[in-house]
Design a protein around this ligand. Structure first.
Ligand SMILES: O=C(O)CCC(=O)C(=O)O
Ligand SMILES: [Fe+2]
Length: 323
């Protein structure tokens, strides 16, 4: 499974390419690829070799150590923010377990998390997670710069969005299905984030994305392959141009190992405004200009509206132009 190579069905940007520097031709064309990927499929794939196999292996062992803890210990990571705490032992997604590490670029924040899991602390865990999260952060920042640039939105606004973002590293473990158990790891959904950077950490496939033609397609796992997905908030930011990425996880019953994946999720810590550059005659303003991200999470939690467009429209839509 994991080592099969197929042609990637989604646009790919090679960040390991030396020529990929702001201002170069390669960069300008990558910006276009990023935007097209976001508008058509809600995602693009980046090749990024800075994480590398050895850090990947270290993070996998950190995950094994973390998820090997008793459920009561893991359940101590709670959060008032939706999907930021421990999620596991859920009847409709029995294969899935996850834990969120808030503010993972900060070493003290990683230590705060580790102290909940290991009262005596766990420096090795913190160092690995912190190093890994910061590298994923680089991908997040580059991806956002590319999208902003391709829309001609002022780079200062991009900086502001990055600076006013809260990051969460969600660590996920999926066990293989038993006997005739269903292979569903996670049901189809879009993330509530601005962007989510997803990494299939231990080389086991499972992530599937609904492409623009409506067909579910898998993304091959590799240590250097990361999927940049648009979440609901990015659709609002783009005044409806970006399509949030619809994805799901399927865990093959042929594989006997646990599957580990991570997601670097970004949320706006307060409010953002839809850039003026994205509003014109062809694209009249579709949403209230100011978007309050945590309020949206709260709205989702209360309303439980599953359909993405209905939920965005109900939360901040201003016209009757449904898609
Ligand atoms: O495990 C994966 O590959 C994706 C996880 C995911 O979609 C999520 O946590 O929202
Ligand atoms: Fe997701």
């Amino acid at each position: 499974m994991g080592s099969q190579t197929r042609v990637c069905p989604f646009p790919v940007i090679d960040l390991s390419d030396e020529k990929m520097k702001a201002g170069t031709e390669a960069w300008v064309s990558a910006c276009r690829v990023a935007r097209t990927g976001m508008e058509e499929h809600g995602c693009f794939v980046v090749r990024f070799d800075k994480v590398g196999e050895s850090l990947c292996k270290c993070v996998v062992s950190a995950m094994e150590e973390l998820f090997g803890l008793p459920v009561e210990t893991k359940a101590q990571k709670t959060s008032e923010k939706l999907f930021h705490g421990y999620l596991g032992q859920v009847s409709w997604i029995p294969l899935y377990e996850s834990l969120g590490i808030d503010d993972p670029f900060s070493m003290p924040a990683c230590q705060h998390f580790a102290n909940i899991m290991w009262p005596q602390g766990n420096n090795r865990f913190c160092e690995r997670i912190n190093e890994y999260a910061k590298l994923m952060g680089e991908i997040d920042h580059i991806a956002k710069r590319m999208v902003f640039e391709s829309y001609g939105v002022d780079m200062e606004r991009c900086k502001l969005m990055i600076e006013s973002s809260d990051y969460l590293l969600r660590c996920q473990e999926y066990r293989p299905p038993k006997n005739d158990e269903d292979e569903t790891g996670l049901q189809p959904h879009t993330d509530l984030t601005i962007t989510s950077i997803v990494h299939q950490l231990n080389n086991l496939n499972g992530l599937e994305i609904k492409a623009s033609d409506g067909i579910w397609r898998g993304v091959d796992a590799s240590p250097s392959s990361f999927v940049v997905m648009a979440g609901d908030a990015f659709k609002v930011w783009s005044n409806g141009r970006i399509r949030p990425c619809e994805h799901r996880v399927t865990v093959s019953s042929h594989v006997k190992n646990l599957r580990y994946s991570t997601g670097l999720f970004s949320f706006c810590s307060n409010t953002f405004e839809i850039p003026q550059e994205l509003v014109n005659q062809q694209h009249p303003l579709r949403y209230k200009t100011t978007f309050h991200h945590y309020d949206y999470l709260h709205f989702f939690d209360e309303s439980k509206i599953k359909d993405l467009d209905t939920r965005i429209q109900a939360y901040c839509g201003i016209s009757s132009n449904h898609e």
